[in-house]
Structures are given as structure tokens and as C-alpha cells.
Design a protein around this ligand. Structure first.
Ligand code: NAP
Length: 301
């Protein structure tokens, strides 16, 4: 019986492990892939306090080693289900069953991709899924943003302060984003709306050089760009827990800043819960909050 089982070895889960171990709780972290979560794909982190520059890989490795040095057990197995046994929870992986007094779900979310053939290999070479992370690399350059939600339009606004030109490409002519954001963007002189259009091809040698954009009417246009920011939504990895914890329509766990779910003893931390700002620093913050509340819960049993 572990005190706390943490599902996910990203920044939120590993920070929760550090807090729980420092409170002398036994901790098992279960991770389906490799440690670090999505931050491992970021070449250069410039917005985490204290470190002016650190690669996502180095950040994740330091965090992983810190959690391990404090006595965190880590097992690389995919969690497929959880049973609520009242004062304990049974966590089922593809290989084993583990029991813990409390569980923290820190499974994160994945960027929805465009699904173009060379998309993955161009990440960090012109393709980005995070304008606030990578926008600064495109100072004075030509960028495009794909999507019609709040993220895409806010990304386009953010980039229009940095880049020379921003194309906003959306598959419809109506947006999901808030009206005030749309109006703000329309007033930016360096932003061009490309509506009823989809990105259908990424042209690159070493780096992305241009994109093929196809309009609903069948016309095709080639746009030279240095960077393409894909903001077509995210996919939270919560489906295996939907039986136990409430999710919103988009699949995010319904939990506030206290990281408590509707199920006593199950907490959540990081990008897989409903939240306004999904950043490295808010994920680690969640890890601290979730662990602290899980410890309080265990101590009250
Ligand atoms: P979103 O609202 O789900 O919007 C995704 C956008 O991507 C939609 O416009 C959608 O087009 C488009 N899209 C989806 N799949 C696509 C594909 N395969 N190819 C091309 N386009 C595709 O996602 P989000 O903007 O990331 O926002 C997620 C949630 O966070 C929302 O609830 C949003 O309001 C919230 N959020 C809030 C704020 C804020 O309040 N400041 C900031 C950011 C995000 P269609 O419209 O045609 O479906």
C-alpha cells in the first residue's frame, strides 16, 4: 500500500512526488511513456523562474533525478483503470495492480496535430504548438497560426507584437474565440486573415519554408513562412478515468485551484484539469497543491 500513487511523470506529477516525499509519504509514480511529459519537446525554456535558458530535456531530467533522489519509486507502465475502494484506490496498469491511499492524476494533454506527413519532424524547425514558448524565436519574421479558438487568436495577437507578419488560417469564417479578441486582432496591421482555408502541405528542406493553403472553394495558395503555430485544440489524456472523475465536454477533469476532483482521495495536477493558463510554471504549481491536499486527505483518514 503506497500513500500516494501519481499517474504521469511530467512536471506536475514529479513536483507532486517531491512534495509528498519531503512529507515522508511513500510515493509511486506510474508513467506510460518517458519522464518529462510534453516539456521534453521544448528546445529552450526561457520563461521558468531562475533559469534563463534550459532545454526541456535537461529540465525534465533534473526534475526526475530530484524526485528519485528523494526516494520516489517510478514504474514505466500505462494506467488503464482505477477502482475506488473507499479509503484506498486500486490502480490498474497493463501489467500490474497497485494500491494507494490517494491518487494524483497528472497525465497532461497532447496537442491536436494537423496530421500532415512531415509535421512531427518539423517540430522545433518551424512548427510549434506554443506561441508563448517559441514566439520569441520569430522576432521580425513571418509566421502563421492555424485555428479559430481563443488559443489561436491569442497566439496571433501575441505573435503580432513580435513577428513582422502573422497569417491567421482558419477552416471556417466564424471563430470560437471571444469577440473582443477577434476585434483586437482585426485592428492589427500586420495580421492577415486567411479564412475558409486549411493547411494542406508543409514545404521544407532543413526547416519549414512555406505552407500550402487550400480554400474551401478549391483554390490553392502557397504562403512563405518562417514559423507555423498550430493551435487547433488539445486532447487531455483522461479517458481511462472518466468512470470515476467528472470531465468537461472537452475531456478536462473538473477541478479548481485546489486540484480536488469530485472523487474523495483522487486529485489532479497540470494540463489535464480545467485551467486558464497551461504553462510549465502552473503545472509545477499544481503539483505542489495536489500533493499538499493529498497529504492532508491521508492524514485525515
Ligand atoms: P478550441 O476552442 O477547441 O478551438 C480549436 C480550433 O481549432 C477551432 O477553431 C477548430 O475549428 C480548429 N480545429 C480543430 N481541429 C482542427 C483541424 N484538424 N484542422 C484545422 N483546424 C482545426 O481550442 P483552444 O483554442 O485551444 O481552446 C481550448 C479551451 O481553452 C477553450 O474552451 C477556450 O475558450 C479556452 N481558452 C480560453 C482562453 C481565455 O479565456 N483567455 C485562452 C485560451 C483557451 P472549428 O471552430 O471549425 O471547430
Amino acid at each position: 500500500m503506497y500513500d500516494i500513487i501519481i499517474v504521469g511523470a511530467g512536471p506536475a506529477g514529479l513536483t507532486a512526488a517531491i512534495y509528498a516525499r519531503r512529507a515522508q509519504k511513500s510515493v509511486l509514480v506510474l508513467e506510460a511513456k518517458s519522464y518529462g511529459g510534453q516539456i521534453i519537446n521544448t528546445l529552450d525554456i526561457e520563461n521558468y523562474p531562475v533559469e534563463e535558458h534550459i532545454s526541456g530535456f535537461d529540465f525534465a531530467t533534473k526534475l526526475f533525478n530530484q524526485a528519485k533522489a528523494l526516494g520516489t519509486e517510478v514504474v514505466f507502465e500505462k494506467v488503464v483503470d482505477i477502482n475506488d475502494l473507499g479509503n484506498s484506490k486500486e490502480v490498474i496498469t497493463t501489467k500490474n495492480k497497485y494500491t494507494g491511499k490517494a491518487v494524483i492524476l497528472a497525465t497532461g494533454s497532447e496537442n491536436r496535430k494537423l496530421g500532415l506527413s512531415n509535421e512531427d519532424e518539423l517540430v522545433g524547425k518551424g512548427i510549434s504548438y506554443c506561441a508563448t514558448c517559441d514566439g520569441a524565436f520569430y522576432k521580425g519574421k513571418v509566421t502563421a497560426v492555424v485555428g479559430g479558438g481563443n488559443t489561436a487568436l491569442e497566439d496571433a495577437l501575441y505573435l503580432s507584437d513580435i513577428a513582422a507578419k502573422v497569417y491567421l488560417i482558419h477552416r471556417r469564417d466564424e471563430f470560437r474565440a471571444e469577440e473582443t479578441t477577434i476585434e483586437q486582432l482585426k485592428n492589427r496591421e500586420n495580421v492577415e486573415f486567411v479564412l475558409n482555408s486549411s493547411v494542406t502541405k508543409l514545404n521544407a528542406e532543413d526547416r519549414l519554408s512555406s505552407i500550402e493553403v487550400t480554400n474551401k472553394d478549391g483554390s490553392v495558395r502557397n504562403i512563405d513562412v518562417n514559423g507555423l503555430f498550430v493551435a487547433v485544440g488539445r486532447i487531455p489524456e483522461n479517458q481511462n478515468f472518466a468512470r470515476l472523475v467528472d470531465l468537461d465536454d472537452a475531456g478536462y477533469i473538473k477541478a479548481g485551484e485546489d486540484c480536488k476532483t469530485n472523487c474523495a482521495g483522487i486529485f489532479t495536477a497540470g494540463d489535464n484539469r480545467i485551467k486558464e493558463v497551461r504553462q510549465l510554471v502552473t503545472a509545477t504549481g499544481d503539483g505542489a497543491v495536489a500533493a499538499t491536499n493529498a497529504i492532508k486527505y491521508i492524514n485525515s483518514l
